[in-house]
Each structure stands twice: as C-alpha cells, then as structure tokens.
Ligand binder design. Structure first.
Ligand SMILES: C[S@@+](CC[C@H](N)C(=O)[O-])C[C@H]1O[C@@H](n2cnc3c(N)ncnc32)[C@H](O)[C@@H]1O
Length: 243
C-alpha cells in the first residue's frame, strides 16, 4: 500500500529536524513539493539543505505541484480546496507506486497554520494509502527557546492567533499569554500594557530578537523588522504577548 508521511521539518534550522523525521526522510521514494506563486527562494533552499544534510545519498524523486490560485471568500476557498484535493489525489495515484513512500516536508509543525493535513484527509478514500504525521519544532517553540522563556505561566492558558485577528478583536479576554503569527501589519503597535517577545527568522543564522514592554519597544520592532525585510526580501516573524 502507498504510504504518505507528513514531516515537520522545524522552523528553519537544519538541526531542528528530529531523529524521527530524519529516519522518515531516509525512507522517502518521492518528495512532494507544493509550489505557490511568490514562494520565497530562501525557504526552498532551507528544504534542500535539510535533504542534503540528512539524506546525503539522495535516492528519492522530487515531484513538484503548482498550487491552484486561491481567490477570496468562502466559495473561492472551497473551490481552491477541491482543486487541491483533486490535484493531490491524481499525483499520488500516478507518481507514487503502490509499494512506495512519499512525503511532504512541512515548515515548523504540520498541525499549526498549515493545510497539508486537511488536504491529505480530504483525499482519503479516493486513492488507497496509509499516512502519518511527524511533529516538528514550531515557530512558537523556536521563539520561546530563543528568548529562554516558558510559553505559559504556572497553570495559565495560552492562545495562538493571527495578526489579522489580533487587529480586529484585540487581546482575547482571560488569556495571559498570546502567540501571534502571520502578522505582516504589526498589529502589536496598537497595544499597551503588555510585554512583547518578538523573533524573526527564528533558528536561522539571521535570527532577530527584541523584547520589552509595549508601547516602549514597538518602534524598535517595527524598525528592525522593516530593515530586515528590505535586506532579505521576505519576513517570517512570531511574537508572544504577555500581560
Ligand atoms: C503558514 S505559518 C506556518 C507555521 C508553521 N507550521 C509552524 O509550526 O511554525 C507561517 C508563519 O509561521 C511563523 N514562522 C514560521 N517560521 C518562522 C521562523 N523561523 N521565525 C519566525 N516566525 C516563523 C510566521 O509567523 C509565519 O508567518
């Protein structure tokens, strides 16, 4: 039976890859790569470095797929999901032999702000295959390690959210610690009375860290972030807000 592995590869460092993931990478006959419009070349290079470091003898084929265009609104998103599922099912059927192992290398952990698991679940039953998910070091964990802090405080709750939600809804009630991802607009600039622990390119040689009270350090984060974005051409940042 075909086997599919969804492998978390960590947040950007070759050494983030777990031993379990290395063993999985070495079993792959096919690496499936989803290419999206506007993909950042640096992230493609990290994936290649991970494979070169942990599977030096190669021996796998790479099958690339172009992600279908995604429109806005529920109908467009539903159409995009259906198109993706059809595309993935066809590739699985035609590019992976019945006795082979295929894999998706997912940034960070596959369970956090990533659609790979949902798409694979959607094609169950269309093609015969077994599948499993291998955990990876996610950006929030790379962030807390880099700042040498805990994610939660004793017995406290943590919420993970997006910059868009934070901007629209503000800090959620009753939660002391909030992790914010996917925030190109710096929603933290509207906040006061909380500590921010900010990190960009976590785990990589370009890692940047700023911490301190808001609004005092907001300007510094915005400045450091803008300069890095300009220099590298892209930005990946995550932050923890602590009341
Ligand atoms: C589509 S989500 C993927 C999250 C990923 N599955 C994980 O477990 O971290 C992309 C967002 O993750 C965060 N992110 C991923 N890698 C990061 C890194 N190395 N440094 C800072 N933030 C990162 C950023 O907020 C980015 O906008």
């Amino acid at each position: 039976m075909r086997e599919l592995l969804i492998i978390g590869i960590g947040a950007g460092h070759v050494d983030h890859v777990t031993v379990q993931a290395v063993k999985a990478l070495r079993r792959l006959d096919v690496v499936f790569v989803v290419e999206k419009a506007g993909d950042t070349q640096d992230l493609v290079i990290v994936r290649e470095e991970i494979l070169a470091a942990h599977v030096p003898d190669g021996g796998f084929r790479t099958v690339r797929m172009q992600d279908p265009p995604r429109g806005r609104g529920p109908a467009a998103v539903a159409a995009w999901r259906a198109a993706r599922a059809a595309q993935w099912a066809a590739l699985l059927e035609h590019e992976l032999a019945e006795d082979e192992v295929g894999g998706f290398l997912v940034w960070g952990d596959p369970s956090l702000y990533d659609s790979t698991i949902d798409v694979v679940r959607a094609i169950e039953g269309r093609v015969a295959f077994t599948w499993s998910v291998l955990a990876g070091i996610s950006a929030p964990h790379a962030l807390t390690a880099a700042h040498r802090i805990t994610l939660n405080r004793v017995g406290g709750a943590v919420q993970v959210t997006t910059g868009r939600r934070l901007a629209a809804e503000g800090l959620p009630e009753g939660v002391g610690d909030v992790v914010v991802m996917l925030d190109p607009d710096c929603a933290f600039t509207a906040l006061a009375g909380v500590e921010i622990y900010w990190g960009a390119y976590l785990g990589t040689r370009d890692e940047l860290l700023v911490r301190g009270p808001l609004p005092e350090v907001a300007e510094e984060v915005v400045r450091v972030r803008a300069a890095a974005r300009e220099r590298k051409g892209w930005m990946f940042d995550t932050y923890l807000l602590r009341r």
